[in-house]
Design a binder for this molecule. Structure first.
Ligand code: WQD
Length: 356
C-alpha cells in the first residue's frame, strides 16, 4: 500500500506506508537518535511525545540531519484515548516504546511518579498494540532489571534477576513481567526487551543530544556541564566501593549504537513468524569507572574538571557491565563506538548546545 500525498517539505509519493513505526518518547535522548537511524533505514517513524522530558528542538535537529519532515503527536502515553487516536491515524507496522522516567537516583525520591508513569504508559501501549494488531514491539528495558549482580560484574540475559536497587529498576522488572504474561496468554505479538546499559554521547552532527532538565542526574551530562561552567563542580558519589579504583563501574555505550540496536531489533522482529518475547543486553561488554570517565574527559577535551569525592548515592549498583554475545548472535548487532568517542561527542554537543 503506498501513500500518495505531498507535504510542503517532503514528497511522500510512492512511500511504503507499511513502514510506519510508532516511537513513544521519540523526542527524548535515545528516542531522537533512534528516529534518525529509522529514517536512514527506510522506515517512517511517528513521534509521540508530550515533551515533559524533552524539547521540540530535538525534532528540528532530526529534520536537519535527515532532510525529512517528521510526524509528531504531542501526546501523553498515559492518556489512553489520546494515544488511541494516533493508532487510528496510522497503520503501524511496529512500535518502539521509550516514553518513561529513567533516573535511578530520582526514582528513589519520587517512586509513585515512576510507577504511575512507567507502568500506565506501558499498559496503554500494550493494550493498543494488541487492539490494533501491531505485531512488532521493542520495549526500552534496562540493565537495572538485574539489580546488584551476585558474584559477578558481567551479566548475561540469563543472569538471575535480583531485587531491583531502585523504583526505576523495579518499573522495568515489572514491565518485563507484564510483557511475559501478555505473550504467555497467547497474544499475537512479538516483543523484544532491549536491556540498555548506560547510553551516553550525542550524534556526530551535534544537532541532537542529551537535554537533561535541571541539574543532570547522569554522569556524562554532569561532566560536560561542569566543564562548560553550567555547574560549579561534579561530585563523585562514593570512592570506597570494591572496584578497580573505589568508584562505581558501568558499561557506557554510545547512543547512536543504542539507536542502531533498535533498528536491528525491528528488522529481526519483522522476520520472526511466531509470537515471542526475547531479552537482549545492549552494551559494549566493557566496564568503565566514574574516575576513568573523568580522566577520559580531561584527556579528550583538554579541560581540567573541578570534581570532588562525596557520599554514596542511594540506589547505585556497584559494578555492572554486559555480556554482549547474544546481541551479536541474534541481532547481528554490536557496539562500534568507544567510550572515548562517546565522551568526545557529548562534549561537542555541550559546546554546540550552548550556542542554540
Ligand atoms: C553512573 C555512575 C553514579 C552523576 C543509568 C540510567 C538508567 C539506566 C542505567 C537505561 C553512578 C555516578 C553520577 C554524578 C556520579 N539506563 N555519578 N556523579 O545510575 O547507572 O543509570 O544507566 O535504562 O536509565 O539513568 O547512571 O549516569 O546516573 O550514574 O558520581 O554527578 O556515575 O553514582 O555510579 P546509572 P548515572
Amino acid at each position: 500500500m503506498t501513500a500518495r500525498f505531498k507535504s510542503n517539505s517532503f514528497n511522500f509519493e510512492a512511500m511504503d506506508t507499511s513502514k510506519y513505526i510508532l516511537v513513544t518518547g521519540g523526542a527524548g535522548f535515545i528516542g531522537s537518535h533512534t528516529v534518525v537511524e529509522l529514517i536512514e533505514n527506510g522506515y517512517i517513524p511517528v513521534i509521540v511525545d508530550d515533551f515533559r522530558n524533552s524539547e521540540e528542538s530535538s525534532v528540528k535537529g532530526i529534520e536537519k540531519i535527515t532532510g525529512t519532515s517528521i510526524s509528531v503527536r504531542n501526546t501523553d502515553v498515559c492518556d489512553f484515548s489520546k494515544l488511541e487516536k494516533v493508532f487510528r491515524e496510522f497503520n503501524f507496522t511496529g512500535i518502539i516504546h521509550f516514553a518513561a522516567y529513567k533516573a535511578v537516583g530520582e526514582s528513589v525520591q519520587k517512586p509513585l511518579n515512576y510507577y504511575q508513569n512507567n507502568l500506565v504508559g506501558l499498559l496503554n501501549v500494550l493494550q493498543l498494540a494488541t487492539k490494533y494488531k501491531v505485531k512488532n514491539l521493542v520495549f526500552s528495558s534496562s540493565c537495572t532489571v538485574y539489580g546488584e549482580p551476585k558474584n559477578t560484574k558481567v551479566v548475561t540475559e540469563e543472569s538471575a534477576i535480583q531485587p531491583a536497587n531502585s523504583p526505576y529498576g523495579n518499573t522495568k522488572q515489572i514491565g518485563e513481567e507484564i510483557i511475559n504474561d501478555l505473550v504467555a496468554s497467547g497474544a499475537d505479538i512479538k516483543i523484544l526487551n532491549l536491556r540498555y546499559f548506560n547510553p551516553v554521547g550525542a550524534h556526530s552532527s551535534a544537532l541532537i543530544g542529551e537535554l537533561p532538565i535541571g541539574k543532570p542526574n547522569n554522569l556524562i551530562p554532569a561532566v560536560t556541564q561542569t566543564a562548560i561552567g553550567k555547574l560549579e563542580k561534579i561530585t563523585i558519589f562514593g570512592n570506597d566501593y570494591d572496584t578497580i579504583d573505589g568508584t562505581c563501574v558501568r558499561d557506557y555505550i554510545h547512543v547512536v549504537d543504542v539507536a542502531n540496536a533498535h533498528v536491528s531489533g525491528i528488522k529481526w522482529l519483522e522476520q520472526q513468524e511466531n509470537s515471542l518475547v526475547e531479552n537482549i543486553n545492549i552494551g559494549t561488554g566493557k566496564g568503565t569507572s566514574v574516575l576513568e570517565i573523568i580522566h577520559t574527559f580531561e584527556e579528550v577535551s583538554g579541560e581540567k574538571l573541578n570534581w570532588e569525592f562525596g557520599p554514596r548515592r542511594e540506589g547505585d549498583v556497584v559494578e555492572i557491565f554486559a555480556d554482549v554475545s547474544k546481541s551479536k548472535r541474534i541481532l547481528n548487532w554490536e557496539a562500534k563506538k568507544t567510550v572515548k568517542e562517546s565522551v568526545k561527542d557529548a562534549w561537542n554537543w555541550e559546546k554546540k548546545e550552548l550556542k542554540h
